[in-house]
Write a protein that binds this ligand. Structure first.
Ligand code: NI
Length: 160
């Protein structure tokens, strides 16, 4: 496992559309493991493959609850319901936070790390995280959806 470099604001790859994964093999499992390690290292709740420079439809999410890290291959939103106004950030925009509108509930279909088809019904933070990460796979970023006037810049902590 390895911590990968996170692509940040302004990197063109964040605006590209990712490709479907044909086969869930050891190489894909290794990428997913690296994505989980990278997400944990930066204390994120979600990470998509384009954020580490790979245009593949791969997402990891961890709400640090009993569900543990969730690894999704080719996630597809089948249904979304309602709205929630949420506070949001992104590991590719380390100092920016804003309010945005996300679906209140989403139902998705994906493959797990063994290539098995799974379906997840999510609400609250999990619905938000899934919607955010699936957007990344289509080059859509949370800054595209900011409620006007709610963007905040937080200065990074100086450790040196
Ligand atoms: Ni993000």
């Amino acid at each position: 496992m390895a911590i990968r470099i996170i692509r940040e604001e302004g990197d063109e790859i964040l605006r590209k559309k990712s490709k479907e994964v044909d086969e869930v093999n050891d190489k894909i499992r290794e990428i997913l493991d690296d994505m989980v390690e990278t997400m944990h290292h930066y204390n994120g709740v979600g990470l998509s493959a384009p954020q580490i420079g790979l245009l593949k439809r791969l997402v990891v999410i961890d709400l640090y609850d009993d569900k543990g890290p969730i690894k999704l291959v080719n996630p597809k939103i089948l249904k979304q319901e309602g709205e929630q106004e949420v506070e949001e950030g992104c590991l590719s925009f380390p100092n920016e936070f804003a309010k945005i509108i996300r679906p209140a509930k989403v139902t998705i279909e994906a493959l797990d790390e063994n290539g098995k088809k799974i379906k997840i019904k999510a609400d609250k933070l999990l619905a938000q995280a899934i919607a955010h990460e699936v957007d990344h796979l289509d080059g859509i970023l949370f800054v595209d959806k900011i409620i006007p006037g709610t963007l905040q810049y937080i200065e990074p902590e100086e450790n040196s």
